[in-house]
Design a protein around this ligand. Structure first.
Ligand code: PHE
Length: 371
C-alpha cells in the first residue's frame, strides 16, 4: 500500500520536482507489480479514483495550499504525472488483453517490433542528370575535359561571337527571353537566357590557347511552345575540339564512336548537310533507328533513321572572335569541330519516354523507375 500523500511545505521548483518524482516512482513501482485484472482495477481506483484517488488528493491538498505564483508550476507537473499514470494504466490493460503480464511499466516502455520502421528513401539521379553524365563520360574517356558557363548570357557570347550578327535572320531560329530594362546598354552587352551551350565555346577559347577538347553540359532556354517533344527549358551537351589538322573525318569518327557508346555498337550514323552560323560546313547527324534497327517503323517515320544532333567544322569567323583574346586561334594554323546535342531527346530515346514533360513533372511513379 502506498504511503499517504504528505502535506507540501515548500512550493519552489526543486521541492515540486522532488515531490512529483517521488509520486511517479511509486506509481511505476505499483504498475510494475500488476499481474491480474483485479490488481489493475485496484491500481486505477487508487490513483485515478474520482473521490479517493491519490491524484485527486494531490490536487485537493497541494493545489489548494499552493501560493498563487506556484499554482502554474504545480499544475504543469500535476498534468504530467497524470499522463504517466494514465499511460501505465493503458499499458496494464493492454497487457491484460494480450496475456503478456510481466509488469505494466515494462509494457509501457516496450517497442512493438512488428510495426513497420521509418524507411529512408535513397535518392537517385534524375534521368536527365543521368543521361547528361553518361554523355559527358563518353567524351571524358576520349580525353575531353568538362566545362560550364552562365545560363544568363550576353548577346555577344550567345549570338554575335557565334557569328549571328545583329539583325541576322538566323537569330529568329533561337528566340528567347531577354532581361528587361537594358535598352541603354550596347546590344552586345544585353543579357538574355542562353539559347544554346555554344557560347561556352567562345568563353573556353578566350580562357585557353589551343589545343582544346571540352564538353559542356547545361541548361538552355528558348521561346518555343511546349509539346510532347519540346520544352522551352531543356538541356544540351556541347562539344568543342580544336587542334592542328582537325578534319571532318575526326568529327565523323568521334561522333560515330559516341553514338555507339550511347546506343550500342550496332548503331550506324550518317551526316546530312545542314546550317549553323558558327560551323562551316555544318551537318545534322542521324543514327539508324534504335527501335527497328533501320528497317522502318512508326518511331522513325518509316525512314530507318533518327536525327539526333547538330555539328560542323568551326567557322573561321568564330576563330576570329577568339583570336581577339587568344592569338593562337589563327584559322590558318588550326582547325576544329563542334557539336551540340539535346539531352532530353537522347534520354527519351534511351528510356522510351514519349512525353518530354514527364521529366519535369516530379511524379515519383515516373521517377522511381530510374532509381
Ligand atoms: N548550338 C546548336 C543548337 O543549339 C547545336 C550545335 C552545336 C550545332 C555545335 C553545331 C555545332 O542547335
Amino acid at each position: 500500500m502506498n504511503e499517504e500523500i504528505p502535506n507540501l511545505t515548500a512550493f519552489d521548483e526543486a521541492a515540486l520536482d522532488e515531490a512529483f518524482a517521488r509520486l511517479e516512482r511509486q506509481a511505476r513501482a505499483a504498475a510494475a507489480a500488476l499481474d491480474n485484472d483485479a490488481a489493475v482495477e485496484a491500481f486505477r481506483l487508487e490513483w485515478l479514483g474520482r473521490k479517493q484517488g491519490r491524484l485527486n488528493e494531490v490536487s485537493g491538498r497541494w493545489l489548494k495550499a499552493a501560493p498563487a505564483e506556484a499554482k502554474k508550476l504545480l499544475g504543469v507537473r500535476f498534468n504530467a504525472l497524470k499522463a504517466v499514470v494514465e499511460g501505465l494504466l493503458d499499458a496494464a490493460l493492454g497487457a491484460g488483453q494480450d496475456g503478456s503480464w510481466g509488469g505494466a511499466a515494462l509494457a509501457a516502455e516496450a517497442i512493438d517490433i512488428t510495426l513497420p520502421g521509418t524507411r529512408r528513401l535513397a535518392g537517385a539521379e534524375h534521368p536527365i542528370t543521368r543521361t547528361l553524365n553518361e554523355i559527358t563520360r563518353v567524351f571524358a574517356a576520349l580525353g575531353y575535359s568538362v566545362g560550364v558557363g552562365p545560363e544568363v548570357e550576353t548577346d555577344f557570347y550567345n549570338f554575335e561571337s557565334m557569328n549571328f550578327p545583329p539583325g541576322h535572320p538566323a537569330r529568329d531560329t533561337q528566340d528567347t527571353l531577354v532581361v528587361a530594362g537594358q535598352e541603354r546598354r550596347p546590344q552586345r552587352d544585353r543579357l538574355l537566357m542562353r539559347t544554346h551551350t555554344s557560347p561556352v565555346q567562345m568563353r573556353t577559347m578566350e580562357q585557353q590557347p589551343p589545343p582544346v577538347r571540352i564538353v559542356i553540359p547545361g541548361k538552355v532556354h528558348r521561346n518555343d511552345a511546349a509539346d510532347a517533344t519540346h520544352s522551352p527549358i531543356f538541356h544540351q551537351v556541347e562539344g568543342l575540339c580544336v587542334d592542328t589538322n582537325i578534319t571532318f573525318s575526326d568529327l565523323k569518327g568521334t561522333l560515330d564512336h559516341a553514338m555507339k557508346a550511347l546506343f550500342g555498337s550496332a548503331v550506324k550514323t550518317r551526316f546530312f548537310p545542314s546550317f549553323f552560323p558558327f560551323t562551316e560546313p555544318s551537318a545534322d547527324v542521324q543514327i539508324s533507328c534504335i527501335f527497328c534497327g533501320g528497317k522502318g517503323c512508326r518511331k522513325c517515320k518509316q525512314s530507318g533513321w533518327i536525327e539526333l544532333l547538330g555539328c560542323g567544322m568551326v567557322d573561321p569567323a568564330v576563330f576570329a572572335f577568339a583570336a581577339e583574346k587568344q592569338p593562337g586561334y589563327d584559322p590558318k594554323k588550326i582547325s576544329g569541330f563542334a557539336f551540340g546535342m539535346g539531352v532530353e531527346r537522347i534520354a527519351m530515346m534511351k528510356y522510351g519516354v514519349s512525353e518530354i514533360g514527364s521529366f519535369y513533372a516530379g511524379d515519383m511513379r515516373f521517377l522511381s523507375q530510374f532509381a
